[in-house]
Design a protein around this ligand. Structure first.
Ligand code: PMP
Length: 456
């Protein structure tokens, strides 16, 4: 790819920023060294080493839009746990609900009074009448896939190239030179995924139609906007035409709204009048507590219930013991009723608009051929002049070395953005001053990258 940045300068600046990070963080270094004694890779989840920092950044506390690291530096958090904290860290209504519920039982493998309220609220907000729960969006996708294969009796899953839907084995099939291949980075995968997963490019209706034509596709699983390979927006009319094709071939449409919940209290599909048969919601649904939900149309729900009733009794392969526990249901009720509202979303989306505009202005000021895309409270800059139309184009615009540098340099200037690509999220507590701080840091980083007389 060509981000129009000199790789030698990226290397030199990265060395400078790594030194700066390490010098300011003796306590994080010490905690990382202690972690190395008994944790695999020194961290509780190996992804925590993927931030591009010389050693793992450790957190002391997080509140609202801010995070204090172990060395006492205050960071404005635009990563927000990669969306898990989209309503801010430890939002007061969720803390209160958790405190109240924690003293009255946390898990019982039984429903409480919250279950019906949560399901009713989900039905009203998202327009699907029946719901089930999971602890993570990964699990919700995995469970839904089982329901849909059982309900349709069809084996094949269809996904878009470059997608991510959590640690669901079935989705890790990519297009390489037009051919489906299993993602090589998957560890310990022994099944041949290409036998039951078909993959096409996003925004390609004729490829979609060809992939549906054999009549063996249980469902198309998709984010309404791709958000995990940078951002890829649907072409105008794409989803309407795709939905008609999916229906015509007797398949089902599952929209994974885990990230596009940034669009508003009913997600992207509701906002844009799309008609999925099933929906997956994860990450921020519990205000930071692990929980996820998935919804069914009335017709699909009836087919799923019939599939379960006609199966022999015993393990369904769906569910886990702590799923829909009392605490999780209390957290979802509080989040849905007090945070996932128009009144909370409106200022978030407006602030994200200021952020996106500011990023575009900085990019233009420094003459870079990069673009910015916004989906509600979420914005992303990409190292290409025009927004990509599919996963292949989006992947071509990625530049790991440059991305690491920009993220690390922003961190050293007091702002945190999401690792893996260039995503920023605004929460209800993000202020205009926070956005200005990010924009000033971004401007400084771009100056260092392109100034003819070298970095400041
Ligand atoms: N679906 C989408 C669209 C996601 O972006 C992610 C995580 N990035 C997931 C599912 C999985 O979420 P989790 O890791 O919380 O299971």
């Amino acid at each position: 790819m060509d981000s129009f940045i000199d790789p030698a300068r990226v290397q030199a600046l990265t060395a400078r920023e790594r030194k700066r990070f390490a010098a300011a963080r003796p306590r994080s270094a010490e905690l990382a060294a202690r972690g190395a004694e008994h944790l695999l890779f020194g961290v509780p989840l190996h992804w925590m080493n993927d931030w591009g920092t010389p050693f793992a950044l450790h957190v002391a506390e997080a509140q609202g839009a801010r995070l204090t690291d172990a060395d006492g530096h205050q960071l404005v958090d635009f990563c927000l746990g990669d969306t898990g904290a989209m309503f801010g860290h430890s939002p007061a209504p969720v803390v209160a609900a958790l405190q109240a519920q924690a003293a009255r039982g946390m898990t019982a493998m039984l429903a409480s009074g919250d279950a019906a309220v949560v399901a009713q609220t989900l039905a009203q907000r998202f327009g699907l009448p029946r719901w089930q729960f999971a602890m993570t969006a990964s699990d919700a996708n995995r469970f839904l896939l089982r329901w849909l294969r059982a309900a349709t009796g069809r084996p094949v899953l269809l996904v878009f190239n470059g997608c991510y839907h959590g640690t669901v084995d079935d989705v890790f099939v990519d297009l390489e030179d037009g051919r489906p291949v299993q993602r090589a980075s998957l560890l310990g995968q022994v099944h041949e995924l290409t036998r039951t997963t078909r993959v096409v490019e996003f925004n390609d209706l004729s490829a979609l139609e060809a992939a549906l034509a054999p009549g063996d596709v249980a469902c198309v699983l998709a984010e309404p906007v791709m958000t995990n390979i940078g951002m890829v927006l649907p072409d105008p009319g794409f989803w309407e035409a795709a939905t008609a094709l999916i229906r015509r071939h007797g398949s089902l449409l599952v929209m994974d709204e885990t990230h596009t919940l940034s669009s508003g209290p009913g997600g992207y599909a509701r906002l844009h009048g799309l008609q999925p048969d099933a929906l997956v919601l994860g990450k921020p649904l519990g205000g930071g507590m692990p929980c996820a939900a998935y919804g069914f149309s009335a017709e699909l729900a009836a087919r799923c219930e019939a599939a379960k009733r006609s199966a022999p009794p015993g393990h369904s392969g769906i569910g886990t013991t702590l799923t829909a526990n009392l605490l999780a249901m209390a957290a979802m009720r509080a989040t849905l009723t007090t945070l996932m509202t128009d009144a909370v979303y409106a200022p978030m989306i407006q602030r994200a608009g200021q952020l996106a505009e500011g990023l575009r202005a900085a990019i233009a000021r420094h003459g870079l051929p990069w673009c910015v895309t916004q989906v509600g409270a979420r914005a992303e800059f990409q190292f290409c002049a025009r927004p990509p139309r599919n996963g292949t184009e989006a992947a071509a615009a990625m530049d790991d070395a440059l991305e690491h540098l920009v993220h690390l340099a922003l961190l050293n200037r007091g702002v945190l953005i999401t690792p893996f690509h260039n995503m920023m999220l605004v929460c209800p507590d993000t202020t205009g001053a926070d956005v200005a701080r990010l924009l000033a840091a971004f401007d400084e980083v771009l100056h260092d990258l392109v100034a003819p007389d070298g970095p400041a």
